[in-house]
Design a protein around this ligand. Sequence first.
Ligand SMILES: [Zn+2]
Ligand SMILES: [Zn+2]
Length: 483
Amino acid sequence: MQIVACPGCGAQVEFKSHAAVVAVCAFCRTTVMKDADAVRDLGKMSAVLEDFSRIQIGSAGVQGGRGFTVVGRIQLKYAAGIWNEWFLLFDDGSNGWLGDSSGLYTVTTELAASATLPDFDAITPGRCYDINGERFTAAEKRRASCIGGQGELPFKVGDGWQARVVDLRQGGAFITLDYSDGERPQLYKGVSVTLEQMACQLLRDDEQIRATAGKYRGRVEALDCPSCGSAIHYLPGVTTSLVCPSCQAQLDAAGPQAQILASGASVEQVRTALPLGASATVNKVVWRVIGAMTRRDNEGSSWTEYLLYNTTGGFFWLVDSEQGWRRSSVMATWPQWPSLEADHVELDQASYSKLFDYPATVTWAAGAFNWRVAAGDVVQVYEFQRGQAALAAELSADELTWSRSTPVALDQLRAWFGAALRGDVARKAVAPAGTRLASRFALWILGLNAIPLLFNFSGTIFWVVLAIVAIYLSEHLFGAEGS
Ligand SMILES: [Zn+2]
Ligand SMILES: [Zn+2]
């Protein structure tokens, strides 16, 4: 370790990692550069936004048999929110990065590229690329800017520093190509991880987070819509994209103040089968509906998707369509999908057959989401099925996500939600002509938050009636407008 005196305030600034080029003074936020034997002052670094992360400088854990300590952090903002890249110092002196995005984590280390890597502009999410002799599917392209930093970092960053990264996946393996320094990317390879798997220590607990944020992580809080004043319930630091249920204004709640991104379009309110705030008790764990949206395909069928959250379990979805209810979650381990045209995908040595693909358009949204959603958003959905289980890929110009769903019986829903389930919101008894036979579940863009569910869905089926559903009204309404 090397210790220098901060040129700004005289405090001790530590360089634990040999690879660190700069360190941000913990007291005055001066960016201190270690330049040969001299120390230079590169100016003040912006404070990081309080984002409720459990990780902090000094957190430690074990990954791949090697112990690590978190020594630095950059915080990045892109269109859909903010995320952290924590700079790791392994016990053997090498370095890595812990990606921390909305409660999902990856650990990667830098690798030399064995062959030419594709250009940033040439990469399209959903397409496959050869990276060091292995085939990976492009998952996400992001342009982001650095909004703050802490601790030791291996390169100079400052306000406005721009990052261009592409994430690729194959099964549970993860690649990041970082084009921030130019056309020739740096290659990082790793895996999806959880803090528990890595036996992480010195994490921030609820009280510490509350001390800096004034709020508990993962507890539902209310803020007043800056547009109309209505209370909107959300999860500080977790669901940063809000759609006001009253006035439909789009809000960004990533910062200390909610910002209006777009004022609300005057759309008819949708009365959904499950209201925002409804809670479900599943195996003694309480889940809450925090967001809802309706989507429509190119044949005019529509369905409603509900985002449910629990502090420890993360997110899952309930999807209410003409074919009944399904629950769905985002997948961290992806199926093998040879190409967009393939009629099968493979997952865990099982083959899923393609049913169809179609564009899905958001027609209405309300509540809190962990990605940015707005009416008019369109993705291409590819559905695959094996028995009762279905897999769906959702593809946009920027992102590909995979989700898995299984049916949920109506009596099961009643048991979970009780009286919160609005039995009077009835869907059309007969599905319109041209309705596809398979489930119309689907998940939304943003492949984060694939936190495994902690319960199973066994239950006796008493009800055979597709009686419930919010969409009758909205379908009627939007169907009329769209024709
Ligand atoms: Zn200082
Ligand atoms: Zn409002």
